[in-house]
Design a protein around this ligand. Structure first.
Ligand SMILES: C[C@H](O)[C@@H](O)[C@@H](O)[C@H](O)C(=O)O
Ligand SMILES: [Mg+2]
Length: 378
């Protein structure tokens, strides 16, 4: 049974200096330091369980999100967990409707990332108290009645230089052969005609989808691209920077995407992701989560397992992104077997980071950053 009153909220600015090796960079984000605003909730309950939540950022932006978490903290502090989960919809609305903070969203940007970090921690705590991995908590709640070794799908980042894209796509296609799936990701680099022209050139490499071909706000632009690329057999995927469920609804209504990429840390946590998963089902669009970053694989695996067991009940055209990166900083890292996510068995939302990792990477006082910053000064 869910219990306890939230007694403390801690938020850490945790950064990994990935820009040093150019890891995770793309056409638009050339020097990302993969980071998280990491929230830990403590309660007055004697079980000592802590809820951990995070949202993924790219370095300096974490400072802004940490401020937003602190600004929202009063909504969760000194609240009974029972009251929160007993009316989770109301609580979600309370957080996203804060009279003074919603102006700088609403339900998007830094304030929404902060909402995700806090609510992810609440979900983690609830699942831990129930002694279940989050996916099981969801499955049990919503559907009491119901339930080759090797990677076969690859994604390549494109959009900076057409000749170079062609060279790399040719290399990959030759390597993986004609039957395996290739996807392309432009990270918003193009305008609409450019996206169509560029992808017409890359069509020979038979990509399943082009991801984020243009601005994530351009719903009709995505629709135009999807229409133009359909005869080439290329779908449009988007979602990792989709503000909220309303924008997803419009993308679906406008036939602007063929693959919907939820993000566990950009939408307002599990609550908002559930509504998007249900909408995708209604529109018959496969959910293929965005992951990678810091902890995104750990979190989103719960949501996609839930989607498979309780909502879509299909694996057709469905996949969950995986990047082999930074999992070692998590207490319950993803477990991949034969190129597949294995359902997590530990209670909670797999959000908890290793204390040592948080300590070392805390910005700017953690050991890793103290050394790097001192080296920069010399
Ligand atoms: C800056 C990030 O690594 C992005 O390049 C990454 O999220 C990418 O769009 C992806 O789909 O994995
Ligand atoms: Mg992407």
């Amino acid at each position: 049974m869910v219990h306890g009153r939230v007694s403390r909220l801690l938020v850490h600015d945790v950064r990994f200096p990935t820009s040093l090796g150019g890891h995770g960079s793309d056409a638009m984000h050339t020097d990302p330091d993969y980071s998280v605003a990491y929230v830990v909730l403590e309660t007055d309950a004697e079980d000592g369980l802590r809820g951990c939540g995070l949202t993924f950022t790219l370095g300096k932006g974490t400072e802004v999100v940490v401020c937003a978490v602190n600004a929202l903290a009063h909504h969760v502090l000194h609240r009974d967990l029972k009251d929160i989960v007993g009316n989770f919809r109301g609580f979600y609305r309370q957080l996203t409707s804060d009279g003074q903070l919603r102006w700088i969203g609403p339900e998007k940007g830094a304030v929404h990332l902060a909402t995700a970090a806090i609510l992810n921690a609440v979900w983690d705590l609830w699942a831990k108290q129930e002694g279940k991995p989050l996916w099981k908590l969801l499955v049990d709640m919503l559907c009491a009645a119901a339930l080759k070794d090797g990677w076969t799908r690859f994604k390549v980042k494109v959009g900076a230089d057409l000749q170079d894209d062609m060279r790399r796509c040719r290399l990959i296609r030759d390597l993986i052969g004609p039957d395996r799936t290739l996807m392309m990701d432009a990270n918003q680099r193009w305008d609409v005609p450019e996206a169509v022209a560029w992808m017409s050139k890359l069509a020979e490499f038979k990509p399943l989808w082009i991801e984020e071909p243009t601005s994530p706000d351009d719903i009709l632009g995505h629709a135009a691209i999807a229409k133009a690329l359909a005869p080439l057999g290329i779908g449009v995927a988007t979602g990792e920077q989709c503000h909220n469920r309303v924008v997803f609804k419009q993308l679906l209504q406008a036939n602007a995407l063929q693959f919907l990429q939820i993000d566990s840390c950009r939408l307002g946590s599990v609550n908002e992701n559930l509504s998007v998963i249900l909408m995708a089902k209604k529109f018959g669009i496969p959910v293929c989560p965005h992951a990678g970053g810091v902890g995104l694989c750990e979190l989103v695996q719960h949501l996609i397992i839930f989607d498979y067991i309780s909502v879509s009940t299909s694996l057709q055209n469905r996949m969950c992104e995986y990047v082999d990166h930074l999992h070692e900083h998590f207490k319950y890292p993803v477990y991949i077997k034969q190129a597949s996510y294995m359902p997590p068995q530990d209670a909670g939302y797999s959000t908890e980071m290793k204390e040592d990792s948080v300590k070392k990477h805390q910005y700017p006082d953690g050991e890793v950053w103290r050394k790097l910053l001192a080296a920069q000064e010399n």
